[in-house]
Write a protein that binds this ligand. Structure first.
Ligand SMILES: [Zn+2]
Length: 339
């Protein structure tokens, strides 16, 4: 048996989950959730390659990298005829309600259903990846839902999203949800180094990215006033009782912003356990904020638990139709009133 690979940084939980799965026990649909830039799509592509690789294996994870199927996965974009990938908004196709024609905009929900109903090219599985999926119209979401209700044999669908709450509950309930947590700084560094950043740049990017490659890249490319920068400033002003003027929370930024606040609260606790050295094995995620975090008033474990509970509540509220500004205010009050 040839040696198998699965070249993915981080994602230990999802890796273990799929390693324990025998090919016969695969579900029709998986929903990969988690913050942006933690490798959900990369994982999905490697899993697709594993599923289509011709090498014999006992679990669904791993590919030999040498068979004729793997050859079609080389480089940035895959060209395997049984692997279909689409990113972003999915439209119904033909005509999207009153919004006009979208025939020219690549894959549509109708194309998708047509394509997936065809026989597999190689006689094995057909794998579909919908990255950062969202739907232009209710009709487009319904087309996918219909498909999920009666999936053709041999089709495996993987959807990725940072905002699962915005998908139809009926779509979520038909997919197995696998969560991807933030990466460690070392993992972000490893990814950046593979992307040909120098050691120094990779280290800087990792320290600014808060566990997300996307955010690290934005920071390295000097994007003015990233969401993270806004949230960091707002966090410190709130904790220091300075009542910030601006509110970063919008429908688009809420999930990502709350994730940043959570990381900062965690780091606030870690930074205050011992002012000089972090306890062994527990490292700050927001390394660029280390000095400022250490200067904050110490937070008691009990108060940290209360605060994190309120953040969970805010994340739950973010999945409802509550006004995003109100969720932001709720978190600000929780931060301000922490003794
Ligand atoms: Zn192979």
């Amino acid at each position: 048996m040839s040696e198998l690979h699965f070249d993915v940084v981080g994602a230990e939980g999802p890796k273990r989950y799929f390693e324990a799965l025998s090919p016969g026990r695969l579900a029709h649909a998986y929903l990969f959730t988690g913050p942006p830039g933690v490798g959900k799509k990369t994982f999905a592509r490697r899993l697709a390659q594993s599923l289509l690789c011709l090498a014999p294996k006992s679990s669904v994870v791993g590919y030999d990298g040498t068979c004729s199927s793997c050859a079609l996965f080389r480089g940035e974009s895959a060209h395997h005829p049984d692997f279909l990938e689409h990113e972003g908004v999915l439209r119904i196709g033909d005509r999207d309600g009153a919004m006009g024609f979208y025939e020219s905009e690549g894959l549509s929900a109708r194309d998708l259903v047509r394509q997936l109903s065809l026989q597999s090219y190689s006689g094995g599985l057909r794998v579909l990846l919908l990255g950062d999926v969202s739907f232009a119209t209710h009709e487009a979401a319904n087309a996918l839902l219909k498909f999920l209700e009666e999936p053709p044999r041999g089709v495996i669908m993987m959807l990725t999203t940072a905002a699962p709450a915005r998908l139809l509950a009926t779509i979520r309930s038909r997919a197995i949800e696998v969560h991807f947590p933030l990466l460690s700084n070392a993992d972000v560094r490893a990814v950046l180094e593979r992307m040909q950043f120098s050691n120094d740049e990779a280290q800087l990017g990792a320290s600014l990215g808060g566990g997300s490659v996307t955010r690290s890249l934005a920071a390295l490319e000097g994007e003015e006033e990233s969401l993270r920068a806004q949230v960091v400033r707002w966090f410190f002003e709130s904790v220091e009782g300075k009542s910030p003027q601006e509110n970063w929370a919008t429908r688009e930024t809420l999930d990502d912003g709350l994730e940043t606040v959570k990381t900062l609260v965690r780091d606030w606790v870690v930074a205050n356990v011992s002012p000089r050295a972090e306890p062994k094995g527990i490292a700050l995620i927001s390394l660029d904020q280390a000095e400022r975090l250490r200067k904050l008033k110490p937070i008691e474990a009990r108060d940290a638990v209360t605060l994190l509970t309120k953040l969970d509540e805010a994340q739950r509220l973010a999945r409802t139709n509550v006004n995003p500004g109100m969720v932001g205010d709720y978190v600000r009050m929780a931060l301000t009133s922490t003794p």
